[in-house]
Design a protein around this ligand. Sequence first.
Ligand SMILES: [Zn+2]
Length: 456
Amino acid sequence: MGLRFICALWMAKLSIPALKITGHNATDFPGSLAIKICPDFLERIGKPATIVAVTGTNGKTTCANMICDAYEAAGKKVLCNRYGSNINTGLSTCLLQGATLTGKAKYDTAVLEIDERSATRVFPSITPKYMCVTNLFRDSIMRNGHPEYIAGILDKNIPAETKLILNGDDLISGRIAIDNPRAYYGIEKQPSDVVECENLLNDMRICPICGSKLVYDYRRYHHIGKAHCSSCDFKSPEYDYSGHDIDLEKNTIRIRDNGGDYEYPLSNDSMFNIYNTCLVVALFRELGYSGEELAKIMEKVKIPDTRFNVQKSGSVSVVTQLAKDKNALAVSRATDYVRHLPGHKKMFLLISCYKDEHHWSENTCWLYDCDFEMMNDPLMDQLICTGPRAPDFYMRLLYAGVPEEKIFFELDERKAAREFDLQKDDTVYIFCGIDAFDLVDDCRKIILKRAEEEGL
Ligand SMILES: [Zn+2]
């Protein structure tokens, strides 16, 4: 054990209380400090024998949290980076917190959310036993380029012995590290499926083997669905964990595997989160939990309320819905979900890349990958464009055909919350990223207070 490593470990451990006392976020700095002192810190730090990694473009935080919840519901204490960052420095922080003063692991299991772009820095040092992948889509184009590029990074870096838990309905992420052991989860054909793509994002159109056109047998959204090649024998994989009979009244899904066909509770009714449930079920069945046992465990698995939260005041409801900035898929899925909910809605757009706005100008091309056309909907009564990107949203909505009189424009977010046209029985959907929770909270409170004061 090197002196440099021990020095890095202790300095980093000591920095945690110091950061907390001074009110700083202690999720990234300690790991970053440790790596500065000891560049191979991540390799040297003791790791739990079982590491479950979670990655993918969308849903990885939700899935990692669901997996931690499930472990806890099963009575197992696990190490996880639930509140931390998901790159090499954040993972170092998490692992050093789970290690003794000599650097030995205190836990036997860790659940680690890993940023898909960080694979190069993480996997030489960490070998997950299981790696769960949610999906791969376009995201933060200036950083991530294209999903095929990210798939390539994962391909080259995932350790050969890691078993992959993959989305069988996603032909991009489903084909990574093709020689690794793997299990596929998926959801069988649904009444709402289509054949032709209705979305702007559609990144899997040709056969990855021969380059001929792919034919979709059915498509859920974007490139998610079941397809086969029009000329060679390439086709979507068979599922090992096959979701079927989704019952949104009872909030359940049945998932069939080679050990039986069981009913599991759903924690949310959006298709996106139903996939997340399938992923968690597939993992725990792989880990050896019985269907009956797992059904009970899944009762206790919840979606964190920063992702989807409803609050009411009088007849007015305010729903915060995570719709990550720079991520056209997240915004499109959230829009599609909301437009299918019953009743009239007002859309409050707080997806202005707040973290970036002071430092650099984010490329706004992602707005033109978002299905804003779905906001041109008779039940969407008002669209509130606010924040530093309000003019961009305004223009994008006009391109989507939204009538100008439906758009409320105000640069100041809190002022917008005070002044837009709020009526009795309104449901206001706040679309927000993960970078402006205080602002979101303020706007929500203003709207709820208005409802109370105006007797709505
Ligand atoms: Zn082909």
